[in-house]
Design a protein around this ligand. Structure first.
Ligand code: PLP
Length: 362
């Protein structure tokens, strides 16, 4: 069985084994030290070089998308959301649910986000931009620099869901003036699902403490997490094993030669796949894509059917899509413990699956 999926991923063996090695109780200085060291190392990779303002909690990724709206956005804010797919839509739904003031910048799944889309919103009093920097549903990777410049020009907070980009593409909070980075354990970090990480800029921390609006959910009040994290503690029971898993992956990255080497390896796997896909005339998108994932576009047969054959006949798992893209896209992930040999095997099975589906509809 091989997972060419981006969350959860094909985990590394050592990370899988972490759970066999036991753990210490979390209300101890020793555990707190592991947390502090691990989050400091992670902050460095995120590009939060102050190594302060990074918190973690037991939750899926969506929980911190929602919690960030509650903690960071007041009734005085005017938000803009880049909405190019399922995760952009999720930000809109959450903002609506919490009765925040927002405007959705709608782009079609196969349309490249450009300056033109942002022009109507210059100098219009917007205070915060929400973006899923890699819209995982379509596989489009947005231009961080362009969005960062837009936020700087307009004096806006820059809030980035980097869940399916961080640790696959270059990312740097300080460099791009990002105020909130949201990540989750089961994507680029190649760990089990269950832990979300929020990294905050200094000015966003100030905003959180000064906000008059009440965070309605007690569990997700970031102030409680920020108050405790200096000691490596959380207000409630943390996902204890996850910190050990993250530490294991950070060690793997170091063994590989650092983050750049890690990113290059993923990039190489992506390019390897794309070159072979093009050689057999598979259709790939025109818009920019992340190193994490390659969407293959199907027009003549159902992508969903291809995915079923891959799973049922060959025990190969790739990312299915929901909604309108379910029959259109097969998304192949390049993160996790897979090699170019695995990709060659995948290509072979992919061709067999496509042929089988074509035969069925003839
Ligand atoms: C995976 C993902 C999430 C989080 O989804 P959960 O299922 O809630 O963990 C959020 N945003 C993006 C862009 C993602 O790819």
């Amino acid at each position: 069985m091989t997972l060419f999926t981006c969350g959860p991923v094909q985990m590394y063996k050592s990370t899988m084994n972490v759970r066999n090695n036991g753990y210490i109780h979390f209300r101890t200085d020793e555990y707190g030290d592991i947390v502090k060291t691990t989050l400091a190392r992670l902050s460095e990779l995120i590009g939060n070089h102050r190594k302060f303002g990074t918190i973690y909690l037991a939750s899926s990724g969506t929980a911190v998308m929602e919690a960030t709206i509650e903690n960071c956005i007041s009734d005085l804010d005017k938000c803009l959301v880049i909405n190019g797919g399922g995760f952009g839509r999720r930000f809109c739904e959450l903002l609506k649910y919490h009765q925040k003031n927002y405007t959705s910048v709608d782009i079609k799944w196969n349309e490249k986000l450009t300056e033109e889309h942002l022009k109507p919103y210059e100098d219009k009093g917007y205070t915060a931009l929400f973006v899923n920097i890699h819209e995982t549903t379509s596989g489009q990777l947005y231009d961080k620099k362009m969005l960062s410049d837009f936020c700087k020009r307009n004096g806006m907070y820059f809030i980035v869901d980097a869940m399916s980009s961080f640790m696959a593409d270059e990312y740097d909070m300080d460099k791009y003036g990002i105020d909130v980075t949201l990540i989750t354990s089961q994507k680029g970090l190649c760990c089990s699902p269950g832990m979300a990480v929020v990294s905050l800029s200094e000015r966003m921390i100030e905003k959180i403490y000064s906000e008059k609006n009440r965070v309605t959910s007690k569990y997700f009040d970031y102030k409680d997490y920020l108050d405790n994290i200096d000691r490596g503690q959380t207000p409630y029971t943390p996902p204890v094993f996850m910190i050990y898993e993250v530490r294991d992956v950070l060690n793997l990255i170091e063994e590989k030669g650092g983050l750049d080497a890690w990113l290059n390896d993923i990039k190489h796997k992506g390019e390897f796949f794309r070159k072979r896909a093009e050689a057999i005339d598979l259709k790939l998108p025109d818009y920019p894509v992340s190193n994490m994932l390659t969407p293959v576009i199907f027009d003549d047969i159902s992508a969903y059917d291809v995915i079923q054959v891959l799973k049922n006949e060959y025990s190969i798992y790739v990312n299915p899509c929901g909604g309108e893209l379910a029959s259109k896209l097969v998304r192949i992930s390049h993160i996790g413990d897979t090699t170019t040999t695995d990709i060659e095997d995948l290509m072979e099975k992919l061709v067999l699956s496509i042929n089988q589906v074509r035969k069925q509809i003839r």
